[in-house]
Design a protein around this ligand. Structure first.
Ligand code: ADP
Ligand code: MG
Length: 451
């Protein structure tokens, strides 16, 4: 296994990678980074959770020209949540450079606010096709200086009907540019897009045996899916579980069934307001709501640490969706479990998209009837973030020193531009809430509420 040192990267980049805990490049990074640095167009195919983001983001950041005022890179992704996640990884990777401005542009958020942040200058634009095009037609983004175009999860964007939007955007980019396409799946329809957008691309396919993700897949043939779902959860007793449904309505229904049974559940679907989507995902990732019931909105790209089980409550319509759904577990060389619950229709569907999988009977599971996956932590939201110069350490300091809460009872702290969130053990949450409400963080009085 080689180290990043062997990819002849500048020492500042190496130091930053070490600080972030990245020592050995993954196979797609090892092969992709040198070619991308050279300026080649690349079509990259590598399994879910294998570090594709870093493979395209590291060279891109390396090549940013400090003197250039207009945006130099455009990253297009299928969902708002994935755009936000890519932006976060880019910010971490750009820490060694001064003042790299990364702006996310997606729907469900105020255009005015986005325009305001664009006006402060932007080096990297990251967003969903529709909103990016919207900004382009309003002339609020400038695409003449884009040197690198990246399509993450391109095949999904085609499925979602974004081909025209993408092509309109691309036709307004400079002809002299580098274009990169990344995904774990390449259905046939992608070829046409590739031919139009990329120039003599080099294909990198990582498909060796060791590249197979370490997921144990099980299929159960069941009559009553709701009952089977509870049995499955009570048998495997996961600490973080994602349940996929095919429709928004179903996610609401399944969430409410599990809630009534006593499970702590987050729901994610396109009907929610953007802030609700963010808060659901955040409460799942910080363990406050350890089950996420979602549509395929959550199937692409999302990297949530330590998801140990993925359950298909409904069988996806396409083989690619199956791959991406189960790829939410077993990321970064970890292992995981994927379960598909099939009624008669589900069995037919699954035999079309994953014919190698064989169904078993659910009777072989041994559920623990007392297991309800209830969280020991809940989340407090603080009305202040980076813009008020609040850092995670400030929140931790107030909680520990001023309010007297033990460090071990404080969970994940997330600080965003205007808000921060902290997960706190339920045994002390009232104390934390009142303490924060009546106290100050970094000398500032801030509004606090309970999610
Ligand atoms: P993909 O896009 O291939 O699905 P991601 O880019 O989301 O995968 O990365 C998956 C996880 O692996 C992330 O949590 C990321 O921080 C981690 N990761 C990426 N590269 C490395 C590396 N070289 N060493 C260790 N962890 C890595
Ligand atoms: Mg990805």
């Amino acid at each position: 296994m080689i180290t990043f040192k062997e990819l002849s990267l500048p020492s500042k980049v190496l130091t930053n990678l070490t600080n972030l805990g990245y020592i050995h490049p993954t196979p797609i990074q090892e092969r992709g980074i040198p070619l991308i640095i050279k300026g080649k167009d690349v079509v990259a195919k590598a399994k879910t959770g294998s570090g594709k983001t870093l493979a395209f983001a590291l060279p891109l950041i390396l090549k940013l020209d400090k003197e250039e005022y207009f945006p130099q890179a455009l990253i297009i992704a299928p969902t708002r949540e994935l755009s936000e996640q890519i932006a976060m990884e880019c910010r971490r990777l750009a820490q060694y450079k001064k003042d790299v401005k990364i702006v996310t542009l997606y729907g469900g958020t105020s255009l005015t606010k986005q325009v305001a942040s664009l006006e402060k200058g932007a080096d990297i634009l990251i967003g969903t096709p529709g909103r990016l095009l919207d900004h382009f037609s309003r002339q609020t983004i400038h695409l003449d200086k884009i040197k690198t175009l990246i399509l993450d999860e391109a095949d999904r964007m085609l499925d979602m009907g974004f081909a025209d939007d993408i092509l309109k955007l691309v036709s307004n980019l400079p002809k002299e540019r580098q274009s990169l396409l990344f995904s774990a799946t390449y259905p046939d329809n992608i070829d046409k897009l590739t031919k139009i957008i990329l120039k003599n691309p080099i294909e990198i396919k990582i498909e060796s045996k060791q590249e197979k993700i370490d997921v144990d897949e099980y299929v159960y043939s069941v009559d009553e899916k709701d009952k089977a779902l509870v049995i499955t959860l009570q048998h495997f007793q996961p600490s973080l579980a994602i349940i996929f449904c095919n429709t928004k309505a179903k996610t609401v229904e399944v969430s409410s069934i599990l809630n009534k049974k006593g499970f702590d559940v987050a729901t994610l679907n396109g009907d929610l307001e953007q802030y609700e989507r963010q808060e659901m995902l955040l409460q799942f990732a910080n363990g406050s709501l350890p089950i996420l019931v979602a549509t395929d909105l959550a199937s692409r790209g999302l990297d949530i640490k330590d998801v140990d089980i993925v359950i298909n409550y409904d069988i996806p319509m396409k083989s690619e969706d199956y791959t991406h759904r189960i790829g939410r577990t077993a990321r970064a060389n970890k292992s995981g479990v994927a379960i598909s619950l099939c009624d008669e229709y589900g069995l037919t569907k699954l035999s079309e998209i994953q014919p190698q999988l064989k169904a078993k009977t659910i009777n072989e599971l041994r559920p623990n009837k007392n297991f309800y996956l209830q969280s020991s932590v809940a989340t407090l939201c603080i009305d202040g973030g980076k813009k008020k110069k609040i850092r995670a350490g400030d929140i931790l300091g107030t909680l520990c020193k001023d309010i007297g809460i033990e460090n071990r009872l404080i969970g994940k702290i997330n600080v965003y531009a205007t808000h921060s969130y902290v997960a706190i053990d339920k045994s002390v949450i009232s104390k934390a809430f009142n303490g924060l409400k009546n106290g100050k963080i970094k000398g500032k009085k801030l509004r606090i509420w309970w999610l």
